[in-house]
Design a binder for this molecule. Structure first.
Ligand code: PMP
Length: 299
């Protein structure tokens, strides 16, 4: 699965600190912290005709990540919403859009790691693109287990949604070399953490399981699915999950804004059985689609 260029995005207007500019002219300072140290936080958002899915949750996670990294002069949620609205309007976008929202520590007065060199406030970058969910939910994806471990709070807390995703990128390279769609990353104890860009769930005997968030991003889609389970009397349990449990599950799937809910049909060459878990999975897919009216926030 390799994303392709979509001609509808040829003349996109992007926003850098409120300035609306053609995608080819959008220039960032060479002194910006994201260039110098990957020193930035980000969110992926999805716009449907009803609004942006779980927008408040995404903005709150962005605020928490920026606060954890001690960014100064962080724009408020209302200021970010205003910038999002202007950017979407400039592109006449109302549906079927993915938005990459990045907040950097800002421009430095001189090269250097020290955040005291950042005296201009944060840089807010908004890149909206026409883009359907990237995975084919029906066909599903093939996955391998990566040798790259996902960070935990002992090193770099996975709860910060930052731009230093190099170990996830190394994991993705392993999956490319293996000719599959994504890589499963384990935690420091060898339990499943998450895929390189999505959270993981499994179904066994009609119970839905997902790893704790010690070593994965607490995904907004993950939280949404857990809420839907609670509201619809589907038993969902957070626990350590080993590879043997995944290989023998009744269904395995991943969740994320980029692919929503996607079946994992093969893991490390083992075909994941689907028959027994399929009713629960497709029920969740239907519940997710029905919930969009409620969780999309108009902009
Ligand atoms: N894990 C990682 C590493 C991610 O980058 C993402 C998407 N940003 C996710 C999981 C899924 O998170 P969400 O459901 O909030 O899109």
């Amino acid at each position: 699965m390799l994303q392709q260029f979509d001609v509808r995005n040829k003349d996109l207007i992007v926003s850098i600190n409120g300035e609306l500019i053609h995608r080819d002219q959008g220039a960032l300072s060479v002194f910006d912290s994201v260039v110098q140290g990957g020193d930035a936080v980000w969110e992926g958002l999805r716009l449907y005709r009803q609004g942006i899915v779980c927008l408040s949750d995404h903005l709150n996670r962005l605020q928490e990540s920026a606060h954890t990294l001690a960014f100064q002069n962080i724009p408020t949620n209302n200021e970010i919403k205003e910038a999002l609205k202007k950017t979407l309007n400039a592109n006449n976008m109302t549906d079927g859009v993915h938005i990459r929202l990045t907040l950097t520590r800002g421009v430095k007065i001189t090269s250097g790691m020290d955040p005291r060199l950042n005296q201009a406030g944060c840089t807010l970058i908004i890149v909206p693109e026409f883009k359907a969910p990237v995975y084919d939910n029906e066909k599903g994806i093939r996955v391998i287990t990566s040798s790259q471990r996902r960070n935990n709070p002992q090193f770099l807390d996975s709860k910060i949604h930052h731009n230093n995703l190099l170990n996830n990128i190394l994991a993705k390279i392993e999956s490319n070399v293996a000719g599959v769609d994504a890589a499963l990353m384990l935690d420091e104890n060898g339990f499943a953490a998450e895929l390189n860009g999505t959270n993981i769930f499994m179904i066994k005997d009609q119970v839905i399981y997902t790893p704790h968030t010690h070593s994965c991003l607490p995904g907004i889609t993950r939280k949404h699915i857990i809420n839907l389970c609670h509201q619809n009397n589907l038993l969902v349990v957070e626990k350590n999950i080993s590879l043997a449990e995944l290989y023998n599950a009744d269904f395995v799937f991943c969740t994320g804004t980029m692919g929503e809910l996607t079946a994992i049909v093969e893991l490390d060459g083992r075909i994941i059985k689907k028959e027994n878990g399929a009713p629960s999975f497709y029920k969740l897919v239907a519940l997710f689609e029905q919930s969009l009216d409620k969780v999309c926030e108009p902009i």
